[in-house]
Ligand binder design. Structure first.
Ligand code: HEM
Length: 393
């Protein structure tokens, strides 16, 4: 895609202003043209109703999307259409049931407790990303895959480098960074596979290798699926947890409500996801002509569904820019996990991990306070906090 980014561009997604806070841009565009043909050649969809309709539209696809150097992700479920999508997704399903998730989050809880012991015994302040959210989510996904909890910093860096190529218009430098990150990831996973072949275990990577041996998955699908899980296993959950802790530090009433009223806990997680959606959009292509909001859209067009915009649509959410604890949990219809056949496969796990961390904090401490500047590294696609200093009382 080429990039115009003119002064009149309603979504100037390369600018710092947009990346810091895209929501006013979404609001202005949604009010005027919720289905908008962007000059860079994609359709920008910003209304809740249209996004939801498109998420469940089985005529849309992902197999033809150009992921650039992240192309091998087409061998994971994320980049595949049916029937390949159905086959690959089925190989994962029993690992993400509520019963399985309970097993993984017992490990998360042990990891969180030992980290909070160290924090309580230390100076009483910590970095909520580096000392808590990232290491516990990385330990959890490593345990689920059945691989050592090692090389976390490299996996984290490679994940963000790959994410940059999945933005709206990656620069040449970002594309080069993704290619290098992919090389590293593939080498890393091949080493883990070689270790597994010598010494099998009982993790999801072992299950994938069993599927490869019986011919249900190709080797490329095993590597791409493991890459995807390594990435999504920490990326958005780290953001959900860090952003939740930041909100609880800024709004003591939210922290108190989480501790004192178990009925409100799901609402806290839903509002955190709705208010600042970790992945701002999902992308589809049309495989046949469609008509949307009066626009005739040909086959082969790219649709960018801004779920971050849908989550602030005033037609669905009163006072959409406000974190409110009194939204009906049954109506927690936010779009942060996408929907339809590509709806997040790890959402039960993601919610459970967030609850483990928030519960452990609420049980131990009476207050969380910001102890320094919060540092962000948001892209147009992925929201990210890189430093979150917190003091506990
Ligand atoms: C707060 C945390 C998370 C958020 C906000 C999130 C969000 C999303 C979204 C929006 C999609 C849809 C992508 C699309 O339609 O193109 C997705 C897909 C997916 N997510 Fe998550 N995710 C989270 C955590 C996780 C975790 C912890 C895992 C697993 C360890 C996971 C595994 C997946 C997989 C495998 C897919 C692809 C599903 C498919 O294509 O069928 N996610 N996620």
């Amino acid at each position: 895609m080429t990039t115009l980014q003119s002064a009149t561009d309603p979504l100037p997604y390369l600018t710092e202003e947009y990346r810091a806070d895209p929501y006013p841009f979404y609001a202005a565009l949604r009010a005027q043209q919720p289905v908008h043909r962007h000059p860079d050649g994609f359709w920008a969809i910003t209304s809740y109703g249209a996004i939801r309709q498109l998420l469940y539209d089985r005529t849309l696809g992902v197999a033809e999307l150009d992921y650039g150097p992240a192309g091998p992700l087409h061998d994971s479920m994320l980049g595949a259409d049916a029937p390949k999508h159905t086959r690959v997704r089925r190989t994962h399903s029993r690992w993400f049931t509520p019963k399985a998730v309970k097993t993984w989050t017992d490990l998360t809880r042990a990891e969180v407790d030992s980290r909070l012991d160290a924090i309580a015994a230390g100076p009483g302040s910590f970095d909520a990303v580096h000392d808590l959210a990232f290491p516990v989510t990385f330990a959890t996904i490593s345990h689920l895959l059945g691989v050592p909890d090692a090389d976390g910093a490299k996996v984290r860096q490679a994940t963000y480098d790959i994410g940059k190529s999945l933005g709206l218009a990656p620069t040449e430098a970002e594309a080069a960074g993704t290619a290098a990150a992919f090389d590293w990831f593939v080498g890393h996973i091949e080493r883990l596979i070689a270790d597994k072949r010598r010494k099998p275990g009982d993790g999801l990577l072992d299950a994938f290798l069993g599927f490869e041996d019986e011919g249900t998955m190709s080797h490329e699908e095993v590597v791409a699926s493991t890459t995807l899980l390594f990435a999504v296993g920490h990326l958005d959950v780290t953001y959900l947890i860090a952003h939740g802790i930041e909100l609880m530090a800024r709004r003591p009433d939210v922290f108190d409500a989480y501790r004192d009223d178990p009925q409100l806990r799901e609402a806290v997680v839903n509002e955190t996801l709705r208010l600042d959606t970790p992945e701002q959009f999902v992308v589809r292509t049309t495989t046949e002509p469609i008509v949307l909001d009066g626009h005739a859209i040909a086959a082969g067009e790219t649709l960018v569904l801004f779920i971050g915009a849908g989550n602030r649509d005033p037609e669905v959410f009163d006072e959409p820019d406000t974190f409110r604890l009194d939204r009906d949990v049954e109506l927690s219809k936010h779009l942060a996990f996408g929907g339809g056949i590509h709806g997040c496969a790890g959402q039960v796990l993601a919610r459970a991990e967030a609850h483990v961390v928030f519960t452990a904090l609420a049980e131990r401490f009476t207050a969380l306070e910001l102890a320094g500047p919060v540092v962000h590294d948001h892209s147009d696609f992925i929201r990210s906090i890189t430093a979150l200093p917190i003091a506990v009382r």
